[in-house]
Design a binder for this molecule. Structure first.
Ligand SMILES: Nc1ncnc2c1ncn2[C@@H]1O[C@H](COP(=O)(O)OP(=O)(O)O)[C@@H](O)[C@H]1O
Ligand SMILES: [Mg+2]
Length: 241
């Protein structure tokens, strides 16, 4: 299996808050890596470091053989990093189509006409084609989450990062997200998927990593990880607090 992304000895502190102490893992080509961990474990911070929003205190990020630890957000996006945000960040006063075009124009340097073509393809794939002329601000939560995924997809990513895309959705809506994940995977894109809704990790990922106390406490086959002592300790510990 080829590795697309390697995280080496990654750490970040905010003053005396050592959120990530030492994180090590790899993401393989065409794999969905699930990331679980209690609230406040540093999952979103990890994505912010990967995408260049935050600078790590230590460690390295290697993407397709290149050390990108000090690269800018824009450079990473153009190199093939796409992400969604835990709270959807669509441009409310732009249409669905325009929102997705932003991904192609800014993330993949496409000219407007090509970005539009790409956006139409992406909207078909994520089931939003019929709503292409609606303002993003009028969408339901599921559709906003779809739109986030669509905008990230339009930037032609090699790795996509999802931050709790299933959060707040009903079971039937979650099934639709799982379907989209499967379609994205078929295109050969790797996904790092942070999620609180644990059953999606069993159904939708190839491996799962559990992040707790600033470290990767366990990483492996989803069923094994979910049943592991490490994970039950982490979650029971969190409940007792
Ligand atoms: N920009 C920041 N400045 C200071 N502390 C931060 C910042 N971002 C996150 N944190 C802290 O990092 C910790 C982990 O947050 P987060 O990554 O959002 O957790 P989660 O695993 O729930 O996504 C929290 O204690 C949070 O307060
Ligand atoms: Mg988070």
């Amino acid at each position: 299996m080829n590795t697309v992304l390697t995280v080496e000895d990654l750490g970040i502190s905010f003053g005396s808050n050592h959120v990530l102490k030492c994180l090590n893992y790899e993401v393989y080509e065409n794999e969905v890596l699930g990331v679980i961990g209690p609230n406040g474990a540093g999952k979103t911070v990890m994505l912010d470091i990967l995408t260049g929003i935050l600078k790590p205190t230590k460690g390295r990020i290697i993407f397709q053989g290149e050390d990108i630890t000090n690269k800018t957000i824009t450079k990473r996006c153009k190199n093939g990093f796409g992400r969604t945000f835990q709270v959807p960040r669509s441009f409310e006063k732009m249409t669905v189509l325009e929102n997705v075009m932003v991904g192609g124009v800014y993330g993949d340097r496409l000219h407007e006409r090509d970005a539009q073509k790409k956006a139409v393809e992406v909207l078909e794939m994520i089931g939003l084609a019929e709503k292409k002329d609606i303002f993003a601000g009028k969408l339901s939560l599921l559709d906003r989450k779809r739109l986030e995924i669509g905008r990230a997809l339009a930037s032609n990513p090699k790795v996509l990062m999802f931050d709790e895309v299933a959060g707040g959705l009903t079971e039937s809506e979650i099934a639709k997200i799982l379907e989209i994940v499967r379609m994205i995977k078929k295109q050969g894109i790797s996904i790092v998927w942070i999620e609180h809704v644990l059953h999606t990790m069993l159904e939708g990922t190839d491996r799962v990593m559990c992040l707790a106390e600033g470290r990767d406490v366990i990483c492996g086959c989803p069923v094994d990880v979910m049943r592991s002592k490490e994970v039950s300790d982490v979650y029971l510990g969190a409940e007792e607090e």
